[in-house]
Write a protein that binds this ligand. Sequence first.
Ligand code: FDA
Length: 302
Amino acid sequence: MFNKLIAATLPYMPKKLVWIFSKRYIAGETIEEAINASKELNKEGIKVTVDLLGEFIEDLSQATENKEAYLNIIEAFQENKIDGNYSVKPTFFGLLIDEEVCYQNIRTVVAKAAEYDNFVRVDMEDSLCVDREIKLFRRLKAEFPNNVGLVVQAYLKRTLDDLSNMMDMQNGSSKLNYRLCKGIYVEPAEIAYKKYEKVNENFIKGLEFMFQNDVYPGIATHDKNVVEPAFELIKKYNVPKDKYEFQMLYGVTPELRKMITDKGHSMRVYVPFGKDWFGYSTRRLKENPKMAMLIIKALFNR
Ligand code: FDA
């Protein structure tokens, strides 16, 4: 109740106050800040995936601007020799306004990354977007078999079926590459598991499916109760270290991150940056009111 109240009032809180909470989770407003944060992570042997903050847009001119921004990011990251790839949210490129325009925008970004032999991850958004994002991924994967991946969400009841259905895209040396996460949006119980245990169980089933089918997983979690069973699966299937990676969000659970990297597993950190950090933070907090408590803690731990 208290958390929900904080989350609801957040968008009306002074930006400075929200920044106290957010600065730990956001690399900054500029490309330079994102590059510096990425360099620090790279020094620790951690790869990055870079995300320009922003989601739903109102008109397609914003989608064009976002595409241009990503093209600049790719150039800057390549120039700075950052060990990392790129994450995109299709709604940011016009998915809910015009699917074809969105496809062309993201296609241009993937083509640019492909010029450098790099990779773009299509983030998964709320359930309204899932079919469209799978369709988008299919088209991109057909043209850029080694340069594009998708996110799948363990809380969705459909995910194991989606994983089976998408296997037709895997052939020869072009493997499927997914980020497996729990899912962050608030979805109805008809389509999404609500219980913590059930989501974790589906996560592990999805991961096992990937190992059994030679799919490359990005194991994206900060939950010890998922990390431990993931270790067990890696052992059970004797998965080589270059056939999977762990992924975490910037600034979240650094101790667990260290525990994983100390064991020699590969790690990638999602580095969000951009001027829209306020919208991003307040949306995340509204979606997950439990995290509102972290603001209070941050206020006292400065
Ligand atoms: P869980 O929610 O159980 O959290 C475990 C613990 O981690 C918490 O108790 C808390 O301590 C800490 N924690 C988790 N998230 C935190 C946060 N944001 N801030 C502070 N502490 C936090 N979702 C989605 O729907 N589409 C997507 O494309 C992506 N992409 C993505 C990329 C990467 C690299 C990660 C790590 C996550 C995502 N997600 C996502 C978000 C994901 O779906 C999920 O909501 C969060 O990772 C939280 O789930 P956990 O598995 O960490 O477990």
